[in-house]
Write a protein of this length. Structure first.
Length: 45
């Protein structure tokens, strides 16, 4: 069981942080768009 903790061959261990960063970027962008649309709706109600 010594190989159970090792990453499978061909996987780049740097991809997970990149995916996480991109997911947070999408989440932030989505939240910003929703906030802008909500503010626009509230002001022009």
């Amino acid at each position: 069981m010594s190989g159970a903790d090792a990453a499978p061959p061909g996987r780049d261990p740097g991809l997970q942080p990149e995916r996480t960063r991109l997911a947070w970027r999408r989440t932030t962008l989505s939240g910003t768009v929703v906030a802008v649309l909500a503010a626009k709706a509230a002001l022009h109600g």
